[in-house]
Ligand binder design. Structure first.
Ligand code: PBE
Length: 575
């Protein structure tokens, strides 16, 4: 059958683009409010020294879930603090609390509404099914466009992912109430709202709380995913560990997430029926906690108000002192961190995320002519699409002009001599690479863009394949990171190898795994090692276990990049 493909993706793209523009103002307000709320929560949680919060949490857990749990909380939180994950934990806790609060404030009323109207329930149920089964990653994509990168798209995506149980359980809890109780309430002539607040909600509370508990757990399970778009906290620590293959750090951060999960789970499960309610009444304890939170919030707010420099202007204030980064394991991220130290930019924050999120953020700012600073490298399509400039780097934090190397596993030369020769002879110019990148950015599939370049450059390709025996369908595994530059080079070399008779498999991985994969021979080749400085750490770690076939491109550059309309010229101007 030759039916044309339904352009579902295109429709969604157009729809999302329309929303992005039409509701830009609304999204800005929403972003700022969520960001503001989150900052308040973080400020409150980190108001005193860690030990204060640790003791308060331990007491709260003791009260709700008995003393053994309290002791567990005390010890495990001290452990988190000792391992150095306290700040990340506060961030994570704040993100989960805020998603939880949003879920309660929005989910419970919707649940009540569902319980009261069959029609609403019929509409809401399939939407919830959809929201819960759609992979949570997918929500991140439009979230970045609407809310930019950082913590807000993460919170929104967690919220969408987590709200369903609260709505469902509220609905269920109310519907489960025995009919005779409702009839009795009716018989006494109670109004709708009396019935709701005096009969239905109190009776349904345990079920509703079970829903809220599940929602909080789901929100917590989103923290790693959310870190892909720049949400800070333990999730970002885990992502960073994966990106660099740091087993120890991964375990420590993972363990901290488990501890926080247990604590949140036990508190939210037992809030309704605290273990020691017979000793101290719930009212007293919860009022105390609420009062404490409110007082801290007010004190913190007053302090912030007096500290704030109202007339802050300049690039820092305009960009919120943020530099938009990419994957945490990328070489350019260590260089950017080095630059923050070298130029003493203590106020600045390097936001972690992904290359795709970075370019999305850049396009968005550029279209609104807003100032923005990103970690950037050339060759890259963004230089053809936008008017950009590298900031001068007098201290050389980003290294000199570099080259990109092809690296293969040991033994490839013996096993697949033809493929090895082609990889060895692969070499092209920055303009070639940029040409492929621009085509991909303009919507051509990576594979098609590679084919197109190969067709247009037969002479270059002939040099790469010269003297290389063809393959006989042997498999060759190439690994790459989803940086635009590496997508271009990898697809081109893959297509050439394929045309020469090899069965090429491409694997997209994080930076650390790319190097480690070649070193432990679970992959055969990569064409994206930026040397001598960008990937020096990985190179040094694994260099005894792979074969460096030398440069395939010369003249790359890393640095901080801004649109030309931004009025600074050097990293020094950020001070
Ligand atoms: N990059 C592109 C990579 C290498 C290729 C500059 C983003 C990095 O920083 O690791």
């Amino acid at each position: 059958m030759n039916l044309p493909k339904i352009p579902l993706g295109e429709w969604i793209d157009a729809f999302v683009e329309w929303i992005t523009v039409a509701f830009a103002g609304f999204f800005t307000i929403l972003t700022n409010s969520i960001d503001g709320l989150l900052n308040i929560i973080v400020d409150v949680l980190s108001a005193g020294p860690p030990i204060v919060l640790i003791i308060i949490l331990a007491l709260l857990v003791t009260y709700t879930g008995r003393w053994p749990l309290g002791i567990f909380t005390l010890i495990s939180l001290l452990l988190i603090e000792n391992l150095g994950y306290w700040e990340s934990s506060i961030q994570t806790l704040a993100i989960v609390l805020l998603s939880g609060i949003l879920t309660i404030v929005i989910g419970i009323p919707i649940g009540i509404w569902c319980a009261q109207s069959k029609t609403v329930q019929k509409i809401v149920t399939p939407i919830l099914d959809f929201m819960q089964t759609m992979p949570a990653f997918v929500y991140l994509i439009p979230s970045i466009l609407f809310f930019g990168i950082g913590v807000v798209p993460g919170i929104i995506a967690s919220f969408i992912f987590a709200i369903a149980p609260t709505i469902r359980m509220t609905n269920l809890g109310i519907q489960e109430i025995p009919k005779d109780l409702i009839e009795a309430a009716n018989a006494f002539g109670s109004s709708r709202s009396q019935k709701l607040f005096k009969v239905q909600l109190p009776l349904a509370t345990p079920t509703i709380m079970a829903g809220v508990n599940q929602s909080i757990m789901l929100a917590l399970s989103m923290v790693v995913t959310a870190s892909l778009v720049g949400a800070p906290g333990l999730g970002a620590d885990v992502y960073r560990a994966v990106s660099k293959i740091d087993v120890g750090q991964g375990f420590e951060a993972g363990l901290s997430i488990v501890i926080i999960a247990i604590i949140l789970d036990r508190i939210s499960q037992n809030l309704q029926k605290p273990a020691y309610a017979h000793l101290v009444s719930r009212k007293i304890v919860y009022s105390l906690v609420t009062a404490l939170v409110l007082i801290t919030a007010i004190v913190v707010a007053i302090q912030n108000g007096t500290n704030k420099n109202e007339n802050a202007t300049g690039i820092g204030a305009e960009t919120d002192y943020q530099i938009i980064g990419i994957e945490p394991g990328a070489g350019i991220m260590s260089q950017a961190n080095q630059a923050l130290t070298d130029y003493q930019l203590d106020d600045w924050e390097l936001v972690e995320g992904s290359s795709a999120a970075m370019t999305a953020e850049l396009s968005k700012a550029y279209n609104q002519q807003k100032p923005i600073i990103v970690t950037g490298w050339s060759p890259h399509w963004k230089f053809s699409k936008f008017d950009l400039k590298f900031l001068e780097d007098p201290n050389g934090s980003f290294g000199e002009v570099e080259e990109i190397h092809t690296i293969v596993r040991k033994g490839l030369e013996q096993d697949l001599p033809g493929a090895n020769t082609i990889l060895d002879q692969f070499s092209w110019e920055p303009s070639d690479m940029e040409n492929v990148m621009v085509n991909i950015n303009e919507g051509l599939e990576a594979e098609k863009a590679a084919e197109k370049w190969i067709e247009e450059n037969p002479d270059k390709v002939a040099k790469w394949t010269k003297g290389a025996p063809s393959g006989n369908g042997e498999e060759i595994k190439i690994v790459y990171v989803a940086w635009d530059s590496e997508i271009a080079s990898t697809y081109v070399i893959a297509k050439v190898l394929q045309q020469q008779g090899y069965d090429v498999t491409l694997r997209q991985v994080e930076v650390g795994p790319m190097f480690a994969g070649i070193a432990n021979a679970s992959a055969d080749a990569m064409v994206g090692a930026w040397l001598p400085s960008t990937h020096v750490e990985y190179y040094e770690t694994y260099k005894d276990d792979f074969v460096d076939l030398g440069a395939n491109l010369q003249g790359t550059r890393n640095g901080l990049v801004v649109p030309k309309y931004v009025e600074i010229d050097s990293i020094e101007d950020l001070k």
